[in-house]
Ligand binder design. Structure first.
Ligand code: IVH
Length: 669
């Protein structure tokens, strides 16, 4: 065998064994043997560059990091699905379809994978472009990252021109491994496998993506023709034969009861799957009938997604502990016997406040039902009264702050500001401004991603720094040295160095971030940006009075007072001085807020990340723009977030400019 043949042989073998390992979970050779072949191939390829091949398995380890992703316009729109939330709605869908295209209409039932949608374009059988869905029309070119996913063939079994669509996801095993590593290096943890998958597929460095263990299920083709393919079932079989890992079909047929049963069965199997699903997709099987039914304006008429109610589990409530928040609010948290829920192990859950504990009669020692609200934050739904033994203990809130012993007050109605954060009528609050628990949360907030973005500063590290008297307030972070940090338990040399570099980089974040990081009550991300634009320097803020602050359109009495009170405090002066001396940038270009959007009409639709539509509307109005509820040819901009519906479609039809949150914030600068 000559070198060329040996290289080809290795490529074939590695591709085969990789498929056995990653897709079928049934390896035939040991990892050691596999690695040996891989190393040999790598060596032969580097010694004989003339035999380079873009489809070699060695191409899956990632390449040069990018500065940004290029945009890709999808040839065929990547539509989303209409959701149904109960079986009545699902039955109504089935009946409507049957009434329209025939009683004998077949449906397919398949899992709805909780990941992110991608399109994979093949030219002459070779993978050329992998793109994210983006807004459905335009996505991002993530080809280099896509290539690192082992179950995506770099070359098809036939030399076709075709674009397929599938869902990239992170299997539980990869998710747990990733979060364990992050915990060890003090990085913040991913909340769930979906976010982790999205973040991993959008790494600019594909070598990083390669380490994340992503996977895919392919569920249809977007463009191209496949001979002899008339149904969804045919499609799945055909694309499977081309080399893709395809979505499992759980039932194909026209029997309404069997469709419902397949959905129920998947719900039952959900906890034992090794990936997250958030529902079931029910699709018309015949491609011809799909055409008859049509693709609708925003979602196809031939499919729906049945969304599962949040997964619930029973477990034991071992204890109730109090967490003191950044603004002193005391929140009762449940300490639970660990239980697996929607992809992660849960041992803590919020109990919200004492009224809820009393109303639901939740006692320490109870068997409780937990769920993830919005599938992210675990909460206790209630207790199982029948499981009581009589040993359970009712809970009462402490009458002193458990962290500092300070006295407590109740939030009352006069205190209320509708700023979407941190107010619960009747919530208990610690009144001691130097309460250590508040301090810890404050500093953690200061360093958090949306504030000064100092990597690695989770609650644990802040606590360790405070306990070791290395810091006393947030400004002290800028006076730490590497030796102090690497001496802490579980802090290696490398992590300490990353941490110091990250602190250094955070100095350039600018005034808006600094204001937000300081954690002034009622002043969120948007309000911080507005203060920074109006006042320009932190010194100007020390001088600002309530009236001048209220000139910012959406600032009311309570917010303005909160800012003035905050900058009056000696402690604030002290911290700001220390930040300045450390070289933290505390200025921003002053921008006239009043009229940059004058004469422009906006329509808002969909969900924006970290910003309510009301906040966006306030920002527009504060700058002289108008907000309208319906799209017409007079609309200048449609600001579209996630799951935007008919307004978006109309804007596209009328050719109105559609912008995302980032573009919107740029307009407002
Ligand atoms: S079909 C035109 N099938 O769910 C219909 N989608 O809103 C195309 N998803 O963004 C979608 N599993 O990313 C389909 N088995 C599945 C799916 C699936 C997950 C995602 C998809 C889409 C969203 C639906």
């Amino acid at each position: 065998m000559n070198i060329k043949e040996r290289i080809e042989r290795l490529r074939k073998e590695i591709t085969y064994h990789s498929k056995r390992y990653y897709e079928n979970d049934a390896p035939e050779i040991s990892d050691f043997e596999y690695d040996k072949m891989f190393e040999e191939l790598k060596r032969l390829e580097s010694e004989n560059p003339e035999y380079y091949s873009e489809t070699s398995p060695t191409q899956r380890v990632g390449g040069k990091a990018l500065d940004k992703f290029e945009k890709v316009k999808h040839e065929v729109k990547m539509a989303s699905l209409t959701d149904v939330f109960d079986f009545d709605e699902l039955r109504a869908f089935i009946r409507r379809v049957k009434a329209e295209v025939g009683e004998n209409t077949e449906f397919s039932v398949e899992p709805k994978i909780d990941g992110l949608s991608v399109s994979l374009k093949y030219e002459n059988g070779l993978l050329t472009v992998g793109a994210t869905r983006g807004d459905g029309t335009t996505g991002e070119d993530v080809t280099a990252n896509i290539k690192t996913i082992r179950s995506i063939p770099l070359e098809l079994n036939e030399s076709l021109n075709i674009t397929v669509r599938g869902e990239v996801y992170m299997p539980h095993k990869s998710f747990e491994k990733l979060n364990k590593e992050r915990e060890e290096t003090g990085e913040s943890l991913w909340a769930n496998p979906r976010n982790a998958a999205a973040g991993s597929l959008r790494c600019l460095d594909s070598k990083e993506t390669a380490k994340r263990g992503l996977d895919i299920f392919v569920f249809n083709y977007q463009t191209g023709t496949l001979e002899g393919v008339n149904t969804h079932k045919d499609t799945i079989e055909k694309i499977n034969a081309l080399g893709f890992k395809t979505i499992p079909l759980l039932y194909v047929g026209s029997d309404e009861e069997k469709i419902i049963n397949a959905v129920i069965k998947l719900g039952e199997d959900r906890p034992s799957l090794n990936f997250d699903i958030d529902g079931t997709v029910i699709k018309v099987n015949s491609l011809e009938k799909r055409k008859e039914l049509g693709d609708g304006t925003s979602t196809p008429k031939w499919a729906v997604a049945y969304k599962f109610p949040p997964e619930q589990k029973k477990t034991k409530l071992l204890d109730i502990v109090i967490q003191v928040g950044r603004t002193g609010v005391l929140t009762p948290n449940a300490v639970l016997e660990p239980v697996r829920l929607a992809g992660t192990s849960v041992s803590r859950a919020t109990l919200h406040n004492i009224d809820i504990i009393k109303e639901k009669d939740i006692r320490i020692g109870d068997t409780v039902i937990v769920q993830k609200a919005g599938d992210i934050i675990p909460e206790v739904v209630g207790s199982v009264k029948e499981a009581r033994t009589g040993e359970e203990l009712p809970y009462n809130m402490p009458d002193k702050c458990p962290s500092c012993g300070g006295s407590l007050t109740y939030d009352d109605a006069d205190d209320f500001v509708d700023d979407g954060e941190d107010f619960t009528l009747g919530a208990l609050r610690c009144t001691n401004p130097s309460c250590p628990a508040q301090l810890e949360r404050n500093i953690t907030h200061f360093a958090s991603k949306k504030a000064m973005n100092i990597e690695g500063v989770g609650g644990k590290l802040v606590k360790a720094l405070l306990d070791n008297h290395l810091i006393h307030d947030a400004s002290d972070l800028y006076y730490l040295n590497k030796e102090d940090i690497s001496a802490l338990e579980r802090m290696g040399e490398k992590s300490a160095e990353n941490f110091i570099n990250s602190i250094e980089a955070s100095k350039q974040m600018g005034l808006a971030r600094v204001i937000f990081a300081l954690g002034i009550r009622h002043i969120g991300e948007v309000a911080s940006g507005e203060l920074a634009s109006k006042f320009g320097t932190v010194d100007a803020l020390f001088e600002a009075d309530e009236d001048s602050i209220k000139e910012i359109g959406d600032f009311g009495e309570v917010m303005a007072k909160s800012v003035v009170d905050f900058f009056k405090k000696d402690e604030t002066r002290y911290i700001i001085e220390r930040l300045k001396n450390a070289g933290v940038k505390t200025s921003e270009e002053v921008k006239e807020l009043s009229n940059e959007l004058e004469g422009l009409t906006f329509v808002l639709t969909g969900t924006l990340e970290n910003m309510t539509r009301d906040e966006a509307a306030e920002m527009i109005k504060a700058r002289g723009g108008k907000v309208s509820s319906s799209v017409s040819s007079k609309t200048d901009y449609v600001l579209a977030g996630e799951a935007a519906g008919s307004k978006l479609t109309k804007a596209q039809a009328l050719g109105v400019k559609i912008i995302n949150k980032e573009e919107f914030l740029n307009l407002c600068k």
